[in-house]
Each structure stands twice: as structure tokens, then as C-alpha cells.
Write a protein that binds this ligand. Structure first.
Ligand code: GUN
Length: 293
């Protein structure tokens, strides 16, 4: 039987609708709709597409959005000063610095991310937010992993007690999604480039997450019949052809549910960014209330 297709469009719509409702519920106490600032340095074409889509999503939901486009030769000090201004800007609830940064700034990436006020860190990349996630505390969570979890919940796919195998250990996807699955009581295994017998481990998964960045890495023999397969890969194999990490046509005949690429989890990322912007606004408002008590 062919797998159930988990289409990103449907779940992204639900996540955005929920974020809009939450923003409108918050508006009377916040005095305005939430605001997101996106900082882009240089002219990476893929980044420019993402940034435009983020602005479009803000517009669609009635959020305030600020785009700070800095020239590619911007130095670290200038970028940090911009982050300081956004941290202090009361109209801005969420700050996102688009990655990758130009080469001369790449080695300062950690310092740049750490300059963002953790309560405004809608990417969930700040060590404070990573620490809170690992500790099982309320935090801002990286958008793609949070979107995948929301999709599982909305699709009615159970996580508790299930075997989850994640292929890939990146800070943006692999590590955070493993903690989110653990928090939902899955039994979690993380595989990576040095893992021995990876296909056998993958075959034990009820939920298999592929986040390696290699086309056709997950083949049908690595998938347990009926498993849920989440493909987080985005690989450009020709100027106009994007594929995931999963051999989609073969795996869809084995899996119980599968996300396509394109049209899968990629669409959840920006929808979740909107939800995170509302959460950031709420966190800061609650923080202010605490301090004036
Ligand atoms: N570049 C690609 N994906 C992302 C993301 O989720 N956040 C940021 N800041 N940059 C990205």
C-alpha cells in the first residue's frame, strides 16, 4: 500500500492560522501585533528567497516586519551593533539572522547568535534556548524541528513509546528534534556519518527523520513497513530540481506516512517562525509583568 502523504501545505496553513489567532488574542495586552526582524548580510540567492518568504508570511498574518539588508562586506562590529539596536527596539519581538553568513563572518557565528536577546531568539539557536530545550523547560525551539513535531501531532501520529531514529546531528535539525521527540517520550537514536550498521538501526524506527543533506540516502531497505518517514533534506540536483534525503518513490511503497520534497517540511519552517514570534512576544510581556510585580 502506498504511504499517506504528509503535505506541508496543509499543516503550514494550520500552524499559521493558529499563530494568527494567538497574535490576535495577545494584541489587547501587547497593544500591537507581533514584530519580526530579519537580518540578511550579503546576497546569497537562496537566503534572499527565504527572507522574501518570511516577509510575505508576516504580511499575510498582519505581523510587523523589518528587513535589515546589510552589504556583504559588513564587519562583525557593525552586525553586533545592529543586533543591539534590535534587542532594544520595543516594536521587535523576534530577531532572526539569516544563515549562512558571508565567509568573513562565519567564524563569528556563535558570538553573533549569542548577542541576540534569548527572549527574541525566534530561531532557538541561542545556547540559553538550547539549554532550556535539553532541560525540558519552556523555550524558543528551532523552527523546522518544532514544525515537524506539530505536524506529527496534527496528523495524529503517536510518538510516545515509539522508536525514533534521526539521521544527522546538526544543531539546526538533528540535535533539537531528538530532544523534542525525547520530551514526547519517544525512544531516540541519533545516527551520523560514523554510525556502524546504520541501515539496520534505521529499520527499527517507527519514526525516521532524515536530515543528512544527501540525495537518496534513505533507501527502501532502510525503512520498516508502516513507519513514518520525515524528510528534512533539501538537495539541489539540477538548477530547477530539488530532492530530499529519501528515495521517495521507492520508500513511499514501504512507509506508512511520508513527507514529500519539495512541498513537505520546508513549508513548516516559516509557519513555525510565525508561531515562535508570537511566543517571543508573550515571553517578553510576561517577563515585564514579573518585573513590575
Ligand atoms: N538558513 C536556512 N535555514 C535557516 C533557519 O532556519 N534560520 C536561519 N537563521 N537561517 C537559515
Amino acid at each position: 500500500m502506498t504511504a499517506r502523504l504528509l503535505e506541508g501545505k496543509l499543516f503550514a496553513r494550520m500552524i499559521k492560522d493558529e499563530a494568527k489567532q494567538a497574535a490576535e488574542a495577545l494584541k489587547p495586552s501587547l497593544g500591537r501585533m507581533p514584530g519580526l526582524a530579519v537580518v540578511i548580510v550579503g546576497e546569497d540567492p537562496a537566503s534572499q528567497v527565504y527572507v522574501r518568504n518570511k516577509e510575505r508570511a508576516c504580511e499575510e498574518l498582519g505581523f510587523f516586519s523589518a528587513l535589515i539588508a546589510l552589504p556583504k562586506e559588513t564587519c562583525k562590529e557593525e552586525l553586533l551593533a545592529e543586533i543591539d539596536r534590535l534587542n532594544a527596539n520595543r516594536r521587535i519581538d523576534g530577531i532572526l539572522v539569516q544563515l549562512p553568513l558571508p565567509r568573513h563572518l562565519a567564524e563569528a557565528e556563535a558570538e553573533i547568535i549569542e548577542r541576540i536577546d534569548p527572549r527574541k531568539d525566534v530561531d532557538g539557536f541561542h545556547p540559553v534556548n538550547i539549554g532550556r530545550l535539553v532541560a525540558g523547560e519552556r523555550s524558543l525551539v528551532p523552527c523546522t524541528p518544532a514544525g515537524c513535531m506539530k505536524m506529527l501531532a496534527l496528523a495524529g501520529i503517536p510518538v510516545e513509546g515509539k522508536r525514533a531514529v534521526i539521521i544527522g546531528r546538526s544543531n539546526i535539525v538533528g540535535k533539537p528534534i531528538s530532544h523534542l521527540l525525547l520530551a514526547e517520550n519517544a525512544t531516540v537514536t541519533i545516527c551520523h556519518s560514523r554510525t556502524e550498521n546504520l541501515p539496520a538501526i534505521a529499520r527499527e524506527a517507527d519514526i525516521l527523520v532524515a536530515a543528512v543533506g544527501r540525495p537518496n540516502f534513505v533507501t527502501a531497505d532502510m525503512v520498516k513497513p508502516g513507519a513514518t518517514v520525515i524528510d528534512v533534506g533539501i538537495n539541489r540536483i539540477a538548477p530547477k530540481k530539488l530532492v530530499g534525503d529519501v528515495d521517495f518513490e521507492a520508500v513511499r511503497e514501504i512507509a506508512g506516512a511520508i513527507t514529500p520534497v519539495p512541498g513537505g517540511v520546508g513549508l513548516l519552517t516559516i509557519a513555525t517562525l510565525m508561531a515562535n514570534t508570537v511566543e517571543a512576544a508573550r515571553l517578553q510581556m510576561e517577563g515585564k509583568r514579573e518585573r513590575t510585580k
